[in-house]
Each structure stands twice: as structure tokens, then as C-alpha cells.
Design a protein around this ligand. Structure first.
Ligand SMILES: [Zn+2]
Length: 417
């Protein structure tokens, strides 16, 4: 018999819930390993094949299978391969990391770079890793460390406006300093095999922050989404679902237009699609108060997006499941575009009920992205709770496709308040 929780029991349950406790060390180390994988856009294999596939292979029951793709390094852990009868739910994190790219090599050995999705002024002084191929052996990659991103050099040579901050750093001023000096600098750099388009990523694996349960470093975007998908798979492997097929997806190319997830959604045509990505901690964002954004704060739960292409029905199932289990979540909204892989089915022209979940972080697209373990764990357990609800629907037969067809909200039937 169902025993409603008293508020005293509820408070105790809250303290012992996995999201309310510090993340265990083993789990934090796995999160760190995912986030540290060198997986720039288009070269995501380090995360998908290097870290996550071995994990999938280790945890998966025999009947589950990992699907691979020709045009991208994404992977999908499928709980019911080839079973097209069961409705499918695809969860997507993206493995690609924003990167700088080599643009040209100067005669003095400076490597001029494009900053892409980074704010140029946030890059100065950071240690990076440059990946290039052996000049005579295309396809064999090498990593070059020991360089920093620079633009201005010494304050002693700067203009007054740069000293006051009135004049900033333009993208085309950035270069990678590899400390070359002496003769034939350009030739020596070229001899290393460095050429235009080579990716450069920030070198700062995450660390625990000063404040409890926080962490910071590069590339929470979007190792966190991938970690969430992998942890969800772990929970489902221990207690598999009966009626729902789950497609745990680690996608690619999100940061340049979500092409990886679109290709995979187009191939696998999921009935339900949930994108998991970082979101903004608006409450703490410097200079944003005048814009009167909705409240969203790290440490208060995962975010659930209303609006854009998100399905009101799927969102309502998530909210009900989280309320029942006291899992903290916060509401965000989007107008036209969620800005995440939640758009993948729409972009692929596939009919799928989608939504977007996230982890509010600070300083997105910088070396010091800052997050909170509670939000990540709440997302993992929130998604598990949603799936278990779906699995039980229709008197134990599970959610079916007809529910998706017939549960579109009807505002003409809205009652007067
Ligand atoms: Zn991003």
C-alpha cells in the first residue's frame, strides 16, 4: 500500500537522496575522466570510444548493443536493439568541445588562431593542447603542449585604452606562443606538421571548488550531458525497463550546429528525444540583472525547458515524476530554439516528442566553467524516475505511441481559474 511520506520522513529522505549528498569519489573521478577527454568538434572519438564505450561495454547487459556511425564518432547504447515495437526514448549528450583552430603560422613562429565560440578576452594566458598530424603520415596525431594563448604581451607596450579596459581583444589578435626563437621559426613549426585547421583545446581538467559540492574547469560543456547519459545507463543496467527502449546517445558536432545528433536522430527515429546540456546560472551571471531573466541557479536542481519545440506532455511526465520523488528541478524557457540537441529530431525532420534538460553553470565557454554536483545527480535520477513512470503506465504495459499522439494539451478545454 502506498504510504504518503510525512514531512519529517520527507526531510530525512531528502538528506539521504543521492543528489543531496556529496558525489562519491569514484563517480566524481569518472565525471572528471569524461570531461578531460580531448574531444574537439569533429574529433570526438577520445570521449566516445576512449572513455564512454569501454564504460558502456562494461556495464551493459548482454542483450544491449552499442551502435556506431559512419559520418561521426557518436555512439548509441541501445537497450533493445532492433525492437521497433517498443516506444523509444533517446537521451543525448554531446561529446564535442569548443576549440581554437590554427589559422596561419607567422615567420617568427607565432601560430595565429581562430577563437570560434570563445570570447577572445577570456583566453589570454591559458595553457592549451594543440593536436597535429605527422607531416609524412597523415592520420597519425600528436599532441603539442607547453604553449599558451596570447595577444597583448607585456603591459609595458600596451596602449592607454588597453590598460583601462576601454579597448579589448579582437579575435584576430590571438596567437599560440610556442616560444620559438632563432632562425627559421616558421619552417620549424611547419616541420612539426602544424597546419591550418588543427584543433587547440584548453588544458584544465575539473577540480573540486572551494564551496561544497561545486567544481570548475574547462568543458563542463558538454561532458556533463555525456556523464548524465552514462550514469543513467548504469542505473538502468542494474534494473532494466520492461516496456521502454532507451537509446543512450553521445553525439558530436553540437557546437557548430548539432549535426551529429541530427544525423543520429534521423537514423534511429526515436519516439521521444531528450537533449542534456549545460545551461546558464542566470542568477549569478555578471551584468545580467537589467535583463530580468528567469531565475536559474546552480545547486537548485536540473533545468527543464518550456517552449520552442519541447513537448508539454513529456515535460508534464517529468515534472510529475520528479515531484513524486522530491527531485529538485527548475524551469527554464526557450522561444524559437532550445539551443541544444533537443532540436535534433526537428532538424532531421523526424516526428519525435522532445524536450531539453540542463545543468545551470557559470562562465560557460571559458576555462573556468563552474557547476554543482546536485544538478547533475538530480538530472540522472530525474530521468530515471521519468522512465520508471513511463514503464508503469497503462496498467504496467508502459507508455505507448498512442499516448504521444493523443495527449497534446487542448487550451480550448482550459477551465476558468
Ligand atoms: Zn556550448
Amino acid at each position: 500500500m502506498y504510504q504518503p511520506m510525512t514531512s519529517k520522513n520527507k526531510a530525512a529522505a531528502q538528506r539521504t537522496a543521492p543528489w543531496a549528498k556529496p558525489m562519491p569519489k569514484k563517480q566524481f573521478d569518472f565525471m572528471r575522466e569524461i570531461l578531460a577527454a580531448p574531444s574537439p568538434i569533429g574529433l570526438e572519438g577520445a570521449m566516445t570510444y576512449g572513455v564512454i564505450k569501454p564504460n558502456f561495454d562494461r556495464i551493459k547487459p548482454k542483450s544491449w548493443a552499442v551502435q556506431q556511425f559512419k559520418g561521426n564518432a557518436g555512439i548509441v547504447l541501445d537497450t533493445h536493439p532492433r525492437d521497433d515495437e517498443k516506444p523509444s526514448v533517446m537521451f543525448i549528450g554531446h561529446a564535442d568541445k569548443i576549440r581554437l583552430q590554427v589559422r596561419s603560422i607567422g615567420s617568427d613562429g607565432k601560430i595565429w588562431v581562430n577563437s570560434d565560440s570563445f570570447l577572445p578576452c577570456t583566453l589570454i594566458g591559458h595553457e592549451v593542447k594543440l593536436f597535429s598530424q605527422k607531416p609524412k603520415k597523415p592520420g597519425q596525431y600528436r599532441v603539442i603542449e607547453g604553449g599558451t594563448i596570447e595577444a597583448l604581451g607585456a603591459i609595458h607596450f600596451s596602449e592607454p585604452a588597453q590598460r583601462t579596459g576601454d579597448k579589448g581583444i579582437k579575435g584576430d589578435m590571438l596567437f599560440l606562443e610556442l616560444q620559438l626563437h632563432g632562425e627559421k621559426c616558421k619552417e620549424r613549426v611547419e616541420a612539426l606538421g602544424i597546419r591550418p585547421g588543427d584543433p587547440i583545446i584548453l588544458n584544465r581538467p575539473i577540480r573540486k571548488g572551494f564551496t561544497e559540492d561545486t567544481f570548475y574547469g574547462a568543458y563542463l560543456d558538454n561532458g556533463l550531458g555525456c556523464f548524465m547519459v552514462a550514469e543513467l545507463a548504469k542505473l538502468l543496467a542494474k534494473k532494466p525497463l520492461k516496456n521502454i527502449r532507451v537509446l543512450h546517445t553521445i553525439a558530436t558536432h553540437e557546437e557548430i550546429g548539432r549535426m551529429g545528433a541530427s544525423a543520429i536522430a534521423g537514423e534511429m527515429k526515436p519516439d521521444i528525444l531528450i537533449g542534456a546540456d549545460v545551461n546558464h546560472d542566470y542568477d549569478a551571471a555578471p551584468g545580467l540583472s537589467a535583463k530580468r531573466m528567469n531565475n536559474l541557479s546552480m545547486g537548485k536542481g536540473f533545468s527543464l525547458t518550456n517552449g520552442s519545440i519541447t513537448s508539454a506532455y513529456i515535460n508534464s511526465i517529468i515534472e510529475k515524476a520528479c515531484r513524486k520523488a522530491n527531485i529538485p528541478y527548475q524551469i527554464d524557457f526557450a522561444g524559437r530554439d532550445t539551443g541544444t540537441d533537443a532540436m535534433a529530431a526537428s532538424l532531421a525532420g523526424v516526428d519525435s516528442a522532445a524536450t531539453s534538460i540542463g545543468f545551470p553553470i557559470r562562465n560557460m565557454h571559458t576555462i573556468s566553467e563552474t557547476g554543482h554536483t546536485l544538478d547533475v545527480l538530480a538530472a540522472v535520477h530525474g530521468m530515471e524516475a521519468m522512465l520508471r513512470e513511463m514503464d508503469k503506465m497503462n496498467r504496467g504495459k508502459g507508455l505507448n505511441r498512442k499516448d504521444l499522439l493523443n495527449e497534446h494539451p487542448r487550451l480550448d478545454e482550459a477551465k476558468e481559474a
